[in-house]
Design a protein. Structure first.
Length: 384
């Protein structure tokens, strides 16, 4: 019939009926014939198995037509410092951010919204955190990633929790979660284990104007995490700079020879200079050692020549000392034999024995007496 509009509503559906842009009622399952000669009737069809009810006039409808909506529609108005956890049939489905208004069909699906004040309680309960972050449900994972901040603090580490740039607390090893809404959350990790640092030396002039580079190796640990967190932006950069300054001062006040002769003194001076200042910032220096001393190429050549000359002089000194010792020994022997004819004769026989060992044939004149007192003539081939 002209002017009649037929509307069928399924069991799983509800229809919002508007006439002349004014809400009139909810159409429940069934068949309806509405008189609409001027096309003033407008309808919005919803599947109530999808719990959320989206309408651009939602807040107004709840306020002005609460009686018409009845118990079929429930609404939640999340304030500026609140969030809402939406549970559908007991399962967490959505996180409502602050300043959010939502309507739901309270029919086919059981809807529950848990409101949490995040102004003070921005930390997430451990049980809820497991649901938000660790669940294998990909929908929940995406919700958790966008609305929460999750961090795991490993063993031997400390977490520095900063809210809007302010250090709020120190986190012991474990897992933590925080709501991201209305605040900037950041957690930095401090490694409290023994750590090593390699310090590369810049070109430094010694007291005697020799250019060199010294590389240090140091070990340290964090002794006071709160001091490190509040007083230092980057503790590693701070230590590196302090070691370089101390090294520059030590090298600049010593000659090259002094540095090469006693590297342990360099270690000790650098450690004594850096350690008290580092400790005042919560860092404990445990050990400092010179790793390398690097000289320019021409200085290496000069030092090699110096070492070679020193070794040659030492060798020559030892040789002269031995020669002097041998001459002194001969002199002492001669003095002993000077007043003793028997010793002299024995020495002569010893010499004669050595000579005879090196010849094939000997001719003796006037007997042994002639050999000892006159002349000894030797013939034959003497081995070379």
């Amino acid at each position: 019939m002209l002017g009649l509009k037929k509307i069928n509503v399924a069991d799983n559906e509800r229809v919002l009926l508007f006439r002349k842009n004014r809400f009139e009622k909810i159409l429940n399952p069934g068949e309806y014939r509405l008189f609409d000669l001027s096309n003033h009737v407008t309808t919005f069809r919803y599947d109530i198995t999808q719990a959320e009810l989206n309408h651009h006039l939602g807040r107004f409808l709840v306020t002005a037509y609460q009686k018409e909506l009845g118990e079929q529609v429930i609404s939640f108005d999340i304030k500026e410092e609140q969030i809402g956890l939406v549970y559908l049939d007991g399962q967490l489905s959505k996180v409502l951010p602050p300043n959010t208004f939502k309507m739901f069909w309270n029919l086919a699906v059981k809807v529950e919204v848990k409101v949490i004040d995040i102004n003070e309680n921005y930390a997430i309960d451990e049980k809820l955190l497991a649901t938000l972050v660790r669940s294998k449900n990909t929908v929940i994972n995406s919700i958790g990633a966008s609305s929460t901040y999750y961090i795991e603090v490993p063993d031997n580490h400390i977490g520095l929790l900063k809210i809007n740039g302010k250090l709020e607390s120190l986190l012991q090893p474990g897992s933590y979660g925080y709501w991201r809404f209305n605040q900037n959350i950041e957690v930095a990790l401090l490694d409290c284990r023994l750590q090593t640092m390699e310090i590369s030396g810049q070109e430094i002039l010694t007291k005697d104007k020799v250019s060199l580079r010294i590389n240090l190796s140091a070990s340290y640990r964090i002794a006071d995490t709160e001091k490190v967190a509040t007083l230092l932006k980057n503790h590693a950069e701070f230590l590196y700079r302090e070691f370089q300054l101390a090294l520059r001062e030590v090298v600049g006040t010593r000659t090259l020879d002094a540095i090469l002769e006693d590297k342990d003194a360099v270690n000790q001076v650098v450690e004594n200079q850096v350690k008290p200042k580092a400790l005042s910032y919560g860092l404990d220096i445990l050990d400092v050692g010179v790793k390398d001393i690097i000289l320019p190429g021409d200085m290496k050549s000069i030092l090699n020549q110096v070492v070679e000359a020193q070794k040659a002089a030492e060798a020559n000194l030892i040789k002269r000392r031995e020669e002097t010792q041998a001459t002194r020994s001969l002199h002492n022997t001669a003095k002993v034999m000077e007043g003793n004819a028997t010793l002299m004769r024995l020495k002569e026989l010893e010499v004669l024995e050595k000579i005879t060992n090196k010849i094939d044939h000997m001719t003796v004149y006037n007997g042994l007496e002639g050999v000892m007192k006159d002349m000894v003539k030797m013939t034959g081939n003497i081995p070379q």
